[in-house]
Design a protein around this ligand. Structure first.
Ligand code: SAM
Length: 242
């Protein structure tokens, strides 16, 4: 059975496998993705934050500890919502159980909308980016990460790789992947597609980053060298006009 982005995590085995990998030593999220996200976010103090595809909202807790004024996570998976509710208990944070495509985005409400590794699950990003734009206050920011298009072009089974295939790069759309013991579907877009979708929604695109590894984030030299071979993540940051 092939699952969409949220349903994949509602299969208990997939959920447990994901959480185990997410918390593993030198996992790519912590060594490659999160450091760039923090660089792009900068100071979050006093900001009203919306996090799309928030997972267990562990990052929401960190944002609140760094002084953001409030945190709302949007999440489509029941398992993740349960984990997020537990993590956010007692904090000025909430989680809403809905798909990103179905959420009613309030207008002019947030200083920062962020999304970490969820947008490659969306079939159509343009309407969602438009909603994000409208939900930001003037000068508000949108920062997101996705699996890098050189990876999503030709999805290969998860596991430690020694070679990669990049093929069908300019054929956008549906892909299936054998991942963590299950089958999940994702959507491939080129770097240019993401960039243009931001501009089309009205954003001034301010930064584009890839997950270039930094030695100090790794314990093992071997893992660091392996991460220098291919980019795993793509990041874009944009701003709503003042
Ligand atoms: C790879 S996880 C990342 C979770 C979290 N952002 C993090 O970085 O730890 C992707 C998350 O996006 C959620 N997701 C995927 N597609 C979604 C959709 N259409 N609507 C809402 N959530 C979605 C999944 O349920 C999952 O929790």
């Amino acid at each position: 059975m092939s699952y969409n982005g949220s349903d994949f995590y509602d299969n208990d085995t997939n959920f447990e496998n994901y959480m185990q990998r997410r918390q593993g030593q030198e996992n790519a999220n912590d060594t490659l993705e999160k450091p760039v996200i923090w660089q792009l976010l900068g100071d979050v103090s006093d900001q009203l934050v919306l996090d799309l595809g928030c997972g267990d909202a562990g990052f929401g807790v960190e944002l609140l500890e760094k002084g953001c004024a409030s945190y709302v996570g949007i999440e489509g998976s029941r398992n993740m919502v349960k984990a997020a509710s537990n993590n956010l208990a007692g904090c000025n944070g909430t989680v809403v159980h809905t798909r990103l495509e179905d959420f009613t985005y309030p207008r002019d409400s947030y200083d920062l909308v962020l999304s970490r590794l969820a947008i490659h699950y969306l079939q159509d990003i343009e309407p969602v980016f438009q909603c994000i734009y409208q939900s930001l206050k003037p000068s508000g920011r949108f920062v997101f990460s996705v699996e890098h298009p050189v990876i999503t072009s030709t999805l290969q089974p998860s596991g430690t790789r020694t070679n990669w295939v990049v093929d069908n790069y300019f054929i956008e759309g549906y892909r299936e992947q054998q991942w963590l013991g299950g089958t999940v579907h994702k959507y491939h877009r080129t770097v240019e597609d993401y960039f243009r979708a931001m501009q089309k929604a009205g954003f001034i695109v301010e930064q584009l980053r890839e997950s270039s590894p930094v030695r100090e984030h790794f314990i093992n030299e071997e893992t660091y060298e392996r991460r220098r071979r291919i980019p795993l993540f793509l990041f874009l940051a944009g701003r709503k006009s003042a």
